[in-house]
Design a protein around this ligand. Structure first.
Ligand code: F6R
Length: 490
């Protein structure tokens, strides 16, 4: 059973800050032997150590052990890991006890020497980066898990990845290295793995959720009792972990758990009835959020731009709901317009063989969402035709009154308006499919049916002239499902 503690954060900066907290705590608890790594990933963490050194001299007392070193590069070569560590950390913290394999002695000698050092100094906390191919240290795919300090021939993929440090010239990248073995890494009492960026997503997923195999050296860590993995959103992209989605309409709030877009548990529906929306949303999230869930998606009626919501009916006036929930729950949060994700839900469920779909919800007003090339396309304020909240506010009608007016209206104002809107959408956007959604839990089904019939009659008298397919939406929970897909794909 894997024991990983997984922390998924927003950015590389956050990855580094979270790692810093863990290392500080370890120093406070008496960790003396610190295992370090090179590469791009730990650089910001080392800067944080250097800043901290100004107030805290403990760094001078610690013993530092590095994972690996190229073989055959002189120590002073700017790309030797010896130079890297001096430049990025050691010379700034007055580090006195630093150990790194010697890449200039004979292979035999440097392996024996480094192994002795490691055996005599058990590592309290080991920092690791991970290669795109899953290597840890320079233990490349195929390395047995029980191997100790060893001499390795670097894989082409690793040399390609590292050539950026050697004038982009692969011939300058050494072919061999000396590295702590996987068994040495596993002997550390505590391990912290950092990864940032999409290029690491596959390796991170296989390390945590793949089968343990020598083809993926990092998967050896599955057997270690104390590993913390800190990754940003992009590096976490392929992990299959549960998440929570909330859907806030102007009448109801729904919440459900998802796993890779599959809605698997606890669809809960609450009526709003003039209650405080933020409070209901927070209480629901509180109730269903578990530690392993790392993200929360919220779809909401109204204008939403970068998580800031404007929705008069729901009582939001330029409120940054995304930031509010992120702070409250310390998870990744995305807040998006619900008509946009409804379109995505409809598209993904039944229409993904088409190129484009336009979705309109006709409730208190008009909500709109547009999908093209499999993606949500939206314009100003994150919208694609949403008028709902504004129309409702201006008319101040209840939903029943609104539909009632529509049914009894002799002038057919509504249907003419709808015709104009659809014609415009077809002319401007040319979607392959238009979905029209009239469902509303607050309006009696018979009334909806009557409205539907009227709309259908109008639409079908028309469909001959138009090139796109028009459907009435029957999907239940399309916005919640769309949010599930969106959170998986975003
Ligand atoms: C570092 C090391 C390597 C790197 C890995 C990731 O001492 O041995 O395993 O941790 O190659 O490198 P970056 O952080 O540059 O993506």
């Amino acid at each position: 059973m894997s024991q990983f503690k997984i922390l998924i954060v927003d950015s590389y900066e956050e990855v580094s800050k979270e790692a810093f907290k863990i290392f500080k705590k370890a120093f406070d608890r008496g960790a003396k032997n610190i295992g370090l790594a090179t590469g791009s990933t730990p650089i910001r963490l080392y800067e944080l150590f250097i800043e901290d050194y100004k107030k805290n001299k403990i760094y001078e007392q610690l013993n530092y052990f590095n994972l690996d070193e190229y073989h055959g590069l002189v120590k002073e070569h700017p790309q030797s890991y010896y130079s890297f560590m001096q430049e990025k950390l050691f010379k700034h913290i007055n580090a006195r006890h630093t150990y790194i394999p010697d890449g200039n002695k004979s292979i035999e000698e440097s392996i024996t020497e480094y192994q002795k050092i490691l055996d005599e100094n058990p590592i309290d906390i080991q920092l690791l980066g991970i290669g795109n191919n899953g290597h840890i240290g320079f233990n490349e795919p195929g390395t047995p898990f029980d191997i100790k300090t060893n001499f390795v021939k670097l894989k082409n993929m690793t040399r390609q990845a590292n050539k950026r440090f050697f004038d982009n010239d692969i011939t300058q990248v050494p072919e061999y290295a000396i590295t702590m073995g996987i068994a040495d890494i596993m002997a550390a009492k505590k391990i912290v793995v950092l990864a940032s960026g999409e290029a690491k997503a596959e390796a991170v997923q296989k390390m945590i959720q793949g089968v343990g195999t020598v083809d993926m050296p990092a998967s050896a860590l599955q057997k270690h009792p104390d590993v913390t993995v800190i990754v940003d959103y992009k590096a976490a992209k392929k992990l299959n972990l549960p998440y929570l989605c909330v859907d806030v309409s102007s009448t109801r709030i729904k919440i459900a758990k998802f796993n890779n877009n599959y809605m698997f548990e606890n669809l809960v529906i609450e009526d709003i009835d003039n209650r405080d929306i933020v409070e209901i949303v927070e209480n629901l999230i509180d109730k269903y959020l578990t530690d392993e869930m790392y993200k929360i998606g919220v779809s909401i009626s109204g204008h939403v731009l970068n998580g800031v919501v404007n929705s008069p009916k729901l009582g939001f006036d330029n409120f940054n709901l995304e930031r509010h929930l992120r702070k409250r729950f310390s998870k990744l949060v995305k807040v998006v317009n619900r008509a946009n994700v409804s379109a995505y839900g409809e598209y993904k469920t039944n229409f993904s063989t088409y190129d484009s779909l336009y979705y309109m919800s006709l409730g208190t007003g008009i909500g709109g969402g547009y999908i093209a090339n499999q993606k949500i396309v939206s314009g100003a304020h994150g919208l694609a035709g949403e008028l709902g909240q504004i129309v409702d506010r201006a008319s101040e009608l209840t939903l029943e009154e609104y539909y009632h007016n529509f049914l009894k209206s002799d002038s057919n104002q509504f249907i003419n308006g709808l015709a104009a809107a659809i014609q415009n959408i077809i002319h401007i956007v040319e979607p392959e499919v238009i979905m029209i959604d009239l469902k509303n839990p607050k309006v009696q089904p018979e009334i909806i049916e009557e409205v539907e019939n009227k709309v259908k009659k109008f639409l079908f008298s028309w469909t001959d002239e138009i090139r796109c397919k028009i459907y009435l939406s029957k999907l239940e929970h399309e916005s919640l499902i769309g949010m599930g897909y969106y959170m998986r794909d975003c």
